[in-house]
Design a protein around this ligand. Structure first.
Ligand code: NAD
Ligand code: DAU
Length: 351
């Protein structure tokens, strides 16, 4: 019997962040009965974006173990893989925010590139059976008004963040090619949903609107993103792990392209707030115009497709943030205040 047909010992990196925490909750729940874990170790450094509170509901699951640590710590990573007889790794841990990478790219190079290389070396020695590199559509660069990113689109990253993710993807590719390493790369478009750090567009704008603060729309607001609910992305990653072919790349997208300004107006409508809160601000340097994913390969080969409609997903997301005000407030304290001041030139006091 193939190891994937029996419950596996899984290492998830970055499980205390937005997508990682949703992924762990999905795997420890009963929605995917064919995809069983015997044990799941979550290795996370708990940066500003990592929060143990995101996983309180699974903390007592006997299959679950949290290890606080850095993927750059080769000794620790090697020990975790060995002691837990890890069969497979799903690698989410990263510095994930484009604007921060423009302010300072060094943590992006360290975690996203050197961290991935450290993990790859340890995983190769531990002879894991699968290694899923969770990557992004941003590695493909920017589209004009036409066309879609496919798995064949050449890599052309434009920000320090996307360049660091592309470098990591190329390392995974090279390990597959050189060492017959069982790596799989997934590339997804913009996620939204519960537990997203409120520096990203949707949770930031919900939080600002709720507090009658302005919503800083970059440039003319006409940049387009392809939005996907985080639960659909997580199911895609699980399918790539259990059903994907080593050496392959799979794109995931929501088939939901929207201009930032349209999305901003939709959020204001759902929150019953006036359009006068919109404030056009300086554009993000090097701002990619449009992302749009062709996910036919994942549909055909993984039998995956996005299930959550944007209308339903966005309403539920707005409701979740309104119901979890205290979560957002705790998250927005401390280090984030400094970043907000630097990025937007104002403090976070509500009116
Ligand atoms: P996030 O910023 O919310 O979470 C990142 C997590 O990684 C945090 O828990 C953090 O503590 C942890 N981490 C950071 N550096 C670490 C290190 N050196 N060692 C161990 N842990 C570390 O990110 P996210 O939005 O959940 O994204 C997760 C992954 O998915 C990233 O690799 C990102 O590139 C990719 N991705 C994100 C999106 C999106 O829309 N958010 C879309 C496609 C792909
Ligand atoms: O496409 C996948 C990527 O999506 C992931 O790889 C990244 O980790 C994730 O952060 C996200 O990147 P974006 O840069 O697209 O997401 P962000 O939420 O920062 O911005 C979405 C769009 O909104 C983008 O065009 C910039 C714009 N924006 C963003 C912020 C924070 C604004 O206009 N104002 C803002 O204040």
């Amino acid at each position: 019997m193939s190891f994937l047909q029996q419950p596996i010992n899984l290492l998830v990196t970055g499980g205390c962040g937005f997508i990682g925490s949703n992924f762990i909750r999905l795997l420890l729940g009963d929605e995917l009965p064919q995809m069983q874990v015997k044990s799941l170790v979550n290795l996370d450094k708990l940066t500003y974006a990592g929060n143990l509170e995101n996983l309180v509901d699974v903390a007592d699951d006997s299959r679950y173990q949290f290890v606080k640590g850095d993927i750059l710590d080769a000794g620790l990573v090697t020990r975790v893989l060995k002691e837990n007889h890890i069969d497979a790794v799903v690698h989410f841990a990263a510095e994930s925010h484009v604007d921060r990478s423009i302010l300072d790219s060094s943590p992006f190079v360290q975690t996203n590139i050197v961290g991935t290389q450290t993990l790859l070396d340890a995983a190769r020695v531990a002879e894991v059976k699968r290694f899923v590199q969770v990557s992004t559509d941003e590695v493909y660069g920017s589209l004009g008004n036409e066309g879609f990113f496919t798995e064949q689109t050449p890599l052309a990253p434009n920000s320090p963040y996307s360049a660091s993710k592309a470098a990591a993807d190329l390392l995974v590719r090279s390990y597959c090619h050189t060492f017959d390493f069982p790596g799989i790369i997934t590339r997804c478009s913009n996620n939204y949903g519960p537990y997203q750090f409120p520096e990203k567009l949707i949770p930031l704008f919900i939080s600002n609107a709720r507090n009658n603060r302005s919503l800083p729309v970059y440039g003319d607001g006409k940049n387009i993103r392809d939005w996907i609910h985080v639960s659909d992305h997580c199911k895609g990653v699980a399918k790539a792990l259990w059903q994907g072919k080593p050496g392959e790349v799979y794109n995931f997208g929501g088939r939901c392209e929207l201009q930032n300004i349209k999305l901003t107006e939709l959020l204001l409508e759902l929150l019953d707030k006036p359009k006068s809160l919109i404030q056009y601000v300086n554009d993000r340097p090097g701002h990619d115009l449009r992302y749009a994913i062709d996910c036919k390969k994942a549909e055909t080969e993984l039998n995956w497709s996005p299930e959550v409609t944007f209308e339903q997903g966005l309403q539920e997301t707005v409701d979740w943030y309104l119901e979890h005000e205290s979560w957002s407030e705790r998250i927005l304290s401390g280090e984030y205040q400094k970043y907000y001041q630097q990025q937007y030139g104002e403090t976070l006091n509500s009116d």
